[in-house]
Design a binder for this molecule. Structure first.
Ligand SMILES: Nc1ncnc2c1ncn2[C@@H]1O[C@H](COP(=O)(O)OP(=O)(O)O)[C@@H](O)[C@H]1O
Ligand SMILES: [Mg+2]
Length: 342
């Protein structure tokens, strides 16, 4: 819900939710806030209070009710049919079809869009994400109230806290914003490289910082993720390809880079890999010549200087070689020990 659109009037939302839940909202919840927290093209969210029975069953009280916009399924169907038509036309243009499989791209987009309007799928995603981080004190995920969840209505624990970009509120809660960024990066790394299941929409509207009373030695806050409509999966082989890619880029190894890109599976079968290897090697060549050993002489504070005055620093310069990581390496450094340097 980044792009705000006018909310649907509450009676229409309430009617759809009642139809989905099989009873009027007044009978299902103790209270539902008629004004939306947020509205976007797919649905809108309202604060609500569970009835005593549900509260007893779930241990929750304040919830957020996400209700789909009436008619959204039909709108998505029409849009997808139009996109498929355009993709069909484009696939007949050689200039396009030689470079990209547009119908496949549209199918992938269609699949993502259809899953995004299935809140049961979102609820399953939330629980899978929570399970991935079970036992990790840094991450929190709202509980799902399954009893009050359908394909078009999603009832979640209300986990409202400090927006991750609200520097003033963070400081007021005694949290240094500079401490939050590396933890966030580390958690995203864990999703991509360890769990293989990642939040594909991690913008500030979907992440809260939740102050907590720390146990012994833990952080005094957690990152709370919401909005699991769009998730990505990285298979074990893609994860291994991505690790190789990082290492090849760090080693400025053009051939290894192309091999890794191929492993990741993003090259078209018709791609000229020999040409690509030459291009990559050439592109990496200035980096190789101006290697980090020359840095001290040629650039300030470890920043190498390159022709044309561009200053770059390999973000991977700190990635250790296989076997160099200490046993207790910090969580935010991806574990690359199983990967051979190319
Ligand atoms: N579990 C929750 N607790 C607190 N606020 C929530 C929760 N779920 C959603 N919200 C609020 O509703 C907004 C929209 O919900 P979200 O799941 O992000 O939907 P969308 O997929 O349309 O972006 C969020 O930005 C947040 O403000
Ligand atoms: Mg959102």
């Amino acid at each position: 819900m980044q792009d705000e659109v006018p909310p649907v009037a509450f009676p229409a939302i309430s009617a759809l939710a009642a139809q989905e839940l099989g009873a009027p909202l007044a009978g299902v919840f103790d209270a539902v806030d008629q004004s939306a927290i947020a509205a976007a093209s797919l649905g809108q969210a309202h604060r609500a209070r569970l009835n005593a029975v549900d509260a007893g069953d779930t241990g929750l009280d304040a919830v957020v009710l996400k209700v789909q916009r009436p008619g959204i399924g039909a709108i998505v169907d029409v849009d997808l049919a139009a996109l498929r038509k355009v993709a069909g036309w484009l696939s007949h243009i050689r200039l396009v079809s030689r470079r990209a499989d547009v119908p496949a791209l549209v199918e992938e987009f269609a699949q993502t869009s259809l899953l995004e309007i299935d809140y049961l799928h979102e609820a399953v995603n939330a629980e899978r994400f929570a399970a991935d981080f079970a036992g990790d004190d840094r991450v929190e995920v709202p509980g799902v109230v399954w009893e009050r969840t359908t394909r078009r209505v999603l009832t979640l624990e209300d986990v409202t806290a400090i927006k991750i970009t609200d520097v003033k509120a963070l400081r007021a809660a005694g949290i240094d914003p500079a401490d939050v960024a590396p933890v966030f990066a580390s958690i995203m790394f864990d999703q991509l490289f360890t769990n293989g299941f990642f939040h594909a929409d991690p913008h500030p509207g979907n992440i809260f910082v939740t102050p907590v009373h720390p146990g012994t030695g833990g952080l005094p806050w957690k990152l709370t993720f919401i909005d699991f409509g769009m998730m990505g999966e990285v298979t074990a082989s893609t994860r291994s390809g991505l690790r190789k890619l990082l290492i090849a880029a760090a080693a400025r190894d053009g051939k290894g880079l192309v091999a890794a890109i191929n492993d990741v599976g993003v090259l078209m079968p018709s791609a000229d890999s020999a040409g690509l290897e030459r291009a990559m090697t050439q592109a990496l060549c200035p980096l190789r010549r101006h290697g980090l050993r020359r840095t001290a002489r040629s650039g300030p504070a470890g920043v190498p200087r390159f022709r044309g005055g561009v200053r770059r620093r390999s973000p991977l310069a700190a990635v250790p070689a296989a076997g160099e990581l200490p046993a207790d390496h910090p969580r935010h450094v991806p574990d690359l020990r199983g990967v051979q340097r190319p």
